[in-house]
Design a binder for this molecule. Structure first.
Ligand code: SAM
Length: 293
């Protein structure tokens, strides 16, 4: 694997007249160890199609191309396109799309690439060193749209990763922990200090793998209502559940108290103490109670 040391990045910068854009979260990887850990932790082989988010100059892309059957990379910054095209000109398992990952249809991209190349992947894996300013929207978009991927292995700001992995009763636990935990099993792949990037970010980072679940961990009568209850519950963290949920479907505090006690939950508890199972029971009880009306 050729190393994208800061020296090489600087040479490419000079050659193409490129300047880093802070607004696009451009902190490029320069450490071969962390690149290997991301690739190993993604469980990629020649039968895998990888969709890479934000290839930058291609530090991670190169290792992905050596390992996967095909890599399709989506990069927003058009100044990076000629650099990537030149770097990977000889690779016939590489496709490049100049687009905003939040605005494309990932399933459509994958179907298109498979049709064009005739590649029939056994697994579809999303990988990337994410632009941190949109980590949560990128992941929630993939999960909420039900993109047909097997896993998402991504580098993100450590604090966001901590929120995704958090257990009830901890400070980091919240709507993001529940949403990610509902759709995926989460594992930590690696920790990454600031030194593995060029330019260095202000925060530490973490690589997580989110394996999309075949079966959801709780039974729901309405997914939409479940997420509405979570959103309201955590809307103002210091509020008790009977106050924060009173506005859900205009039920009011007395009715919410009845519903909460019907599933054995004390209305003065705060959202951060409720497990996913308890949120599911509350949402299902609200669903039943409002259907009776
Ligand atoms: N993968 C490269 C690496 O590790 O060296 C670059 C990672 S850098 C943290 C994030 C990359 O995402 C940048 O190349 C940036 O231009 C790109 N990017 C930012 N916003 C994007 C978006 N909305 N859609 C696609 N790519 C985006």
């Amino acid at each position: 694997m050729e190393l994208y040391k800061s020296g090489k990045i600087n040479r490419m910068k000079d050659q193409y007249g490129f300047k880093f854009s802070k607004n696009l979260g451009q902190n490029f990887l320069t450490d071969p160890n962390i690149i290997s850990k991301i690739i190993d932790g993604s469980f990629i082989d020649e039968n895998t199609l990888v969709l890479e988010i934000g290839p930058g100059m291609g530090a991670l892309t190169e290792g992905l191309l050596d390992t996967a059957g095909h890599v399709v990379a989506v990069e927003l910054d058009r100044r990076l396109i000629p650099i990537l095209e030149d770097n990977f000109a000889g690779r016939d398992n590489f496709s490049l799309i100049n687009a905003d990952i939040l605005k494309v249809d990932i399933d459509e991209i994958i179907v298109d690439v498979c049709e064009k190349t005739g590649f029939k992947p056994e697994k579809i894996r999303i990988v990337g060193n994410l632009p941190y300013y949109i980590t949560t929207p990128i992941i929630m978009n993939i999960l909420e749209n039900g993109v047909k991927a097997d896993s998402i292995t991504v580098m993100m700001q450590k604090e966001v990763g901590d929120r995704m992995m958090a257990d009830p009763g901890t400070k980091a636990y919240g709507a993001l922990s529940l949403a990610v935990g509902y759709f995926c099993e989460v594992s930590q792949v690696a920790k990454a200090p600031k030194e593995v990037f060029y330019p260095r970010p202000k925060v530490d980072s973490i690589v997580l793998r989110l394996d999309l679940r075949d079966q959801k961990p709780v039974d729901l009568k309405s997914e939409e209502l479940f997420f509405k209850v979570i959103k309201n519950g955590f809307g103002q963290r210091r509020k008790t559940m009977n106050n924060s949920l009173a506005g859900v479907m205009d039920l009011g505090k007395d009715r919410i108290n009845e519903i909460l006690s019907s599933v054995g939950i004390d209305g003065v508890r705060r959202a951060e103490t409720l497990s996913m199972q308890e949120f599911a029971e509350v949402a299902n009880a609200i669903f039943d109670s409002t259907c009776e009306d």
